[in-house]
Write a protein that binds this ligand. Structure first.
Ligand code: PA5
Length: 437
């Protein structure tokens, strides 16, 4: 198994009897998910995606990524929410958060259209000046305002540089397969841009292993075959309803037991800054899936040891409404050992020669024990290392855990009706036709 569910820092918070009492509900939730897969009308295409993905499109993604890597210095990925976070999480997980500064011959990967802030968009455009640019606009609905604005700005930039015809080979569109008036798909058809599909039965936050994530991930130089292989491995391991051995089901059960005991907030943690966007992706996955009908666990995220010096205080001694789910990695990509210094004025001579990974592990063990003793249950998910295969595996693990957990909670984990409320107000304030007060 690529994720080991470790419960030693949960001791005292959940009894065997409580775990056993959650069996029936958890098995029922997993069976409901399975029956929805058979049904085909439900948005659960991600369950079988690791095997059933469109192989022709996958080959086209790899071919496009190869061309893009040859023809551009900067690849701008335009999208928001589920059309943004998965790709960024994957690239930083595998290549590191400084991949753009250390990328060698790889194109720089920039993200746009994930806010409406003018400074952010201005700076992204400035970073492209004088560089060879290609863009990928991603929107399942094809109508989301934030990416639509950024797409206009970047289209103008490309058309000025390469002309209307020349920019066509530099614009890639990932969207719904159906052509509907006023959508990105219709636009792409009219202009003749190459398109990739967000499958109908896969919602935004469950779409990272479709073209939504795979094209930017492949352009960044990650091995998407290995990523799909990792997801396939997870699919095989968790495609059962054996409550005693299935870690997805056990994690879903643990979350709901803790929630029923007043733990209303789950903090996703890691001791590796490269997992910052994994935390962002997890927050979106769980918040949009579970937070509805006045229910749900509020997700937060931390990077330790950085955040031990900020929110760590709250975790240790604040309101006891939190549990943590912490991802650990067995090995870093690079090893640094603490150098010898004869003078030892800084007083850290006692750890000289030790690797940073060793010290980080002690920070992990020390803080988990302290948080547990302070009343915080900690679920530990141990992973061997941060590579493509483990990313694919992890995505599948969490997607399935989120769906099973949501069914236990009694909500539909695949819609997001609340996301629409702000849009209606904003459109009215902007004077969008059809949204007048
Ligand atoms: O998970 C979801 O459905 C949302 O977060 C969407 O991904 C997000 O709102 C962006 O939507 P779209 O891809 O339609 O532009």
């Amino acid at each position: 198994m690529s994720i080991k569910l470790e419960t030693r820092f949960l001791e005292g918070f959940i009894s065997d009897a409580e775990m056993a009492s959650m069996k029936e509900k958890t098995v029922a939730a997993a069976e409901k998910l399975n029956s929805n897969v058979q049904d085909k009308s439900q948005p659960v295409g991600w369950v079988t995606l690791p095997e059933n993905y469109d192989k022709d499109e996958f080959a086209r993604i790899k071919a496009a990524a190869k061309r893009i890597r040859e023809m551009c210095d900067v690849f701008v990925v335009i999208g928001i929410g589920g059309s943004y976070l998965g790709a960024r999480a994957a690239i930083e997980f595998v290549k590191g958060e400084n991949h753009n500064l250390l990328s060698g011959n790889d194109p720089m990967i920039l993200f746009a259209g994930n806010s409406i802030d003018s400074d952010s968009l201005y700076e992204t455009v400035e970073l492209c000046r004088g560089k060879r640019v290609a863009i990928n606009v991603i929107s399942k609905s094809g109508t989301t305002t934030e990416p639509a604005i950024a797409f206009r700005v970047f289209r103008e930039l490309l058309e000025k540089e390469y002309g209307k015809e020349g920019s066509k080979e530099r614009i890639f569109v990932t969207t719904d397969a159906r052509i509907r008036p006023g959508t990105l798909k219709e636009f792409a058809e009219i202009e003749g841009y190459e398109t990739f599909v967000v499958p109908d039965d896969i919602g935004g936050r469950y779409s990272v292993l479709s073209a939504v994530g795979l094209l930017p991930i492949a352009v960044a130089g990650c091995d998407i075959d290995a990523m799909m292989a990792g997801a396939q491995k997870a699919r095989k391991e968790f495609d059962n309803t054996d409550y005693e051995t299935n870690s997805v089901m056990r994690y879903a059960a643990i979350r709901n037991i803790l929630h029923a005991k007043g733990k209303d907030m789950e903090v996703f943690g890691a001791f590796v800054p490269d997992l910052r966007f994994t935390g962002e992706w997890l927050k979106q996955l769980f918040a949009e899936s579970e937070g509805k009908e006045n229910k749900g666990i509020f997700p937060g995220s931390v990077i330790y040891s950085t955040d031990l010096h900020s929110v760590g205080q709250y975790v240790q001694e604040g309101k006891r409404i939190i549990f943590q789910t912490v991802i650990t990695l067995g090995a870093p990509r690079h090893t640094i050992s603490i150098p010898h210094d004869e003078a030892n004025i800084d007083g850290i001579g006692y750890i000289e020669g030790k690797s940073l990974h060793y010290v980080n592990d002690k920070a992990f063990l020390g803080s988990m024990a302290a948080h547990r003793d302070g009343g915080i249950p900690n679920v530990i998910l141990e992973m061997p290392c941060a590579d493509e295969e483990n990313f694919g595996y992890m995505v599948y693990f969490f997607e399935k855990a989120c769906a099973v957990s949501g069914y236990i909670l009694g909500i539909n984990p695949f819609d997001q009706p609340g996301v629409e409320a702000y849009k209606t107000n904003m459109f009215r304030l902007l004077g969008k036709p059809g949204y007048e007060a």
